[in-house]
Design a protein around this ligand. Sequence first.
Ligand code: CTP
Length: 472
Amino acid sequence: MKISFKSTIDTKLFRLTGQTADENGFECYLIGGFVRDIMLKRKSKDIDIVVVGDGVEFAKILAKKMGKGTSLTVFKTYGTAQIKTQNIEIEIVGARKESYQRESRNPIVEVGTLEDDQNRRDFTINALAICLNNSRFGELIDPFNGLQDLQDKIIQTPLDPNMTFSDDPLRMMRAIRFASQLGFKITDKTLFSIWENRNRISIITKERITDELNKIMLSPVPSIGFFMLDKTELLPLIFPELSEMKGVEKIGYRAHKDNFVHTLKVLDKMAEQSDDLWLRWASLLHDIGKPATKKWDENLGWTFHNHNFVGCKMTAKIFKNLKLPLGEPLRLVQKMVLLHMRPIALSEEKVTDSAVRRLLFDAGNDIDALMTLCRCDITSNNMEKVKQFSDNFNLVSQKLVELEEKDKIRNFQPPVDGLEIMNTFGLQPCSLVGELKVQIKDAILDGIIPNEHDPAFEFLLKIAVDKGINRV
Ligand code: CTP
C-alpha cells in the first residue's frame, strides 16, 4: 500500500521544488532527519533533499527559480549544495552509491538511484523518503520499514550494521545519541555491532565526537546515552576519565559508592532542573577527580581528599582534549567543580553567617548555579540522611538570601581600595597594601565590620596602628 503525506508537506516551497524537478527531468525527494522529524512531530533544523542526478545542478536551477532573498552555497568536495532563504536551510544532494575508504571519512562518491542512496544512510528511521514530483507528490518510499521502527521506537541500520558502522564510525555515536534524545531502543544486533566496531571511532575527529556528546548531554535523560557508551565500550575510547569512575572497591565491609553511577544520577537530576549545557557538564565533572585521589584510611575508610582541586585541573585538560570552548564555559565548569562541596560541607556543620558570607564571596554571581548543583548532588538512598541534608541546606539557602540583602557580598568590591590605602599612609605599591586589603575583606566576611566605606576606613586606621604605620 502506498502511504501519502501529501497534506503534511503541501507547502509553496515543496510544490515549487517538485515543479522545478519535473521541468528539468529530475526525481526529487525529501529525506533523512527532516522526514523523521515530520513523523515525530518534532522541530527540524534543516530540510534534506535528494535528487536522482546532479544535485548541484538542480540546486542552481532551484535557487534561481526561488528568486530574491535566496543564497546558494556549493560544497564541491562533497557534491552538495545549500540554499538559504529567510529562516530556512535546504541541503541538496544527488543520490549516491557510496563506498568509503577504510581509513578515512572521505567518501568515493558514485552516482546512484534513490534506493542506493537509502541503502547508504545510517538508520532505518533516517532513510524514509517522500516524493516531491507532481505525479507522486507526498508518496512515502520506505524500503526498510522505517515508519514502523519510528512507531516501535527502534534504532537499527538499513544494511548489515557492520557495514553501516564501518562506512562511517561516527554513526555508532549517532545511534546512541538518537536513543538518548528520542528515548528509542537500539536493537541487540546493532548494539553488538557498535561494540564490535568500537575501535574504528579512532578515525573520527574530536569535534564531531564532542558534537554528539553534547547532544547526549542535552537529551531529556542523559544517563541513557552514557550507560550505552559504557556498555558498548566506546566510553574508555572517547572519554577515559569518565570511564575511570566506574566500579566499587571494598575493604572488609566498607565500600565506597560507584562514582560513575552517582555522577549520572546527579546529571539526570540537573537535566530536570536546567537546559543549560554547561551546568550539565559541571554535574558530569563534579567528582571527576575522585579516582585520582582515592585512598584507604584505617580510621576514616575511603577518602577522596582534594578531589575538587584535582577535578578542577582535570576539567581544563578534558575541555582542551574534547575541543570544548575554553572561555566562559570552562571558567564556569571549573568553578562549579572546585566549589561543589562547599554548601554541603557548610550544611553539615553549624551554619554561621561568616561561613555563608565566604561562600557568597567565592561563588559570586555563580552562587545560584552552585546551589542547584549541590542540591542535585544529594543522591543518598538513606531518606533520613537526605532529609537532614535538605533541611540544613534550606537553612544555608535562606541565610544566603538574608546576608546578600544585608551585606551585598555577591559582587564584592572592597569599600577601601589600594589607592586610598597608599594615599592615606604615603605608601608605594607593595605587599603591605595587599595585606591591609585582605584584612579589611576578612573583617567584612567575618561580620566584624559592615561592607561600607566609613567603618572599613576606621578599621584600616586601627590595624595600621597595630602595624606601626602612620597616616600622612
Ligand atoms: N546521515 C548518515 N550518516 C551520517 C550522518 C547523516 O547516513 N553520519 C544521513 C541520515 O539519513 C540523516 C541525514 O544524513 O538523517 C542528515 O544528517 P544530519 O543533518 O547530520 O542529521 P539528522 O538526521 O538531520 O539529525 P540532527 O539534525 O539531529 O543531527
